[in-house]
Design a protein around this ligand. Structure first.
Ligand code: A4P
Ligand code: MG
Length: 194
């Protein structure tokens, strides 16, 4: 990674602690699925930076990166926001779910994401789509992500990198895909990151 990379940042002390604590389980990493999205600034560069930052996370290995798709903003008035670039990243990690979320937030902050409105435009959104088979309705970290099963911009790239994937408690991604509106102008922009 180059020294000008904006993702170079100290790993939070709490994350380092968690990794140290998890040391004995390093041989037993957990699978997690992460969705990354950007609809402000240089979207492709931001997604690449997010992947680099994930790769630089202690206790985390990036196993696969999906193709990038250009997608219409979900949940807002059509035409009111720029389109998104979205991708899905499969990782293996010894970080527990809350530390993974914390790391995701730190990566968002490295890209100067401002949280002012829900579903507002953002330089970077990092969502934990799934963590092993964990099902939790904790509002701080709901697993699987409560809207992942109805979002083409998550299901399509996820299926690309893992055709056998299942959303815990919801069923196979391939079946869920049949029920989503693919019209979300999912444009495969023909770039591979990673
Ligand atoms: N949180 C709970 N569960 C999770 C999880 N599984 N992963 C909490 C990540 N965060 C989770 O999120 C608000 C809070 O959700 C976090 O503090 C965390 O504790 P946020 O990122 O601060 O705010 P947000 O993203 O605006 O809200 P929200 O409800 O998480 O929105 P989504 O579901 O993330 O949707 N359209 C397209 N085409 N592509 C996109 O990527 N993304 C969104 C954001 C909307 N429309 C989009 C896209
Ligand atoms: Mg989010």
């Amino acid at each position: 990674m180059s020294s000008s990379d904006p993702t170079v940042q100290p790993v939070p002390a709490s994350v380092v602690e968690q990794v140290d604590a998890a040391d004995v389980t390093l041989s037993n990493p957990k699978r997690a699925v992460i969705s990354i999205g950007s609809n402000l600034g240089n979207r492709l560069e931001t997604l690449q930076g997010a992947i680099d930052a994930l790769e630089d996370t202690p206790g985390l290995r990036v196993k696969a990166v999906s193709p990038v798709y250009e997608t219409e903003p979900w949940g807002v008035e059509p035409g009111s926001q720029p389109s998104y670039f979205n991708a899905v990243v499969l990782v293996k990690t010894t970080l527990p779910p809350d530390s993974l979320l914390e790391r995701g937030h730190a990566i968002e902050e490295a890209f100067e994401r401002v949280r002012d409105e829900r579903w507002g435009p953002r330089t970077l959104d990092v969502d934990i789509v799934a963590y092993q088979d964990v099902v939790s309705d904790d509002p701080l970290l709901t697993l699987p992500h409560p809207r992942a099963h109805e979002r083409a911009f998550v299901l399509v790239p996820w299926h690309d990198v893992d055709p056998e994937a299942e959303v815990p408690g919801r069923g196979p991604v391939v079946d869920l895909l049949a029920g989503v509106d693919r019209e979300l102008s999912l444009i495969h922009i023909g770039r591979r990151l990673g």
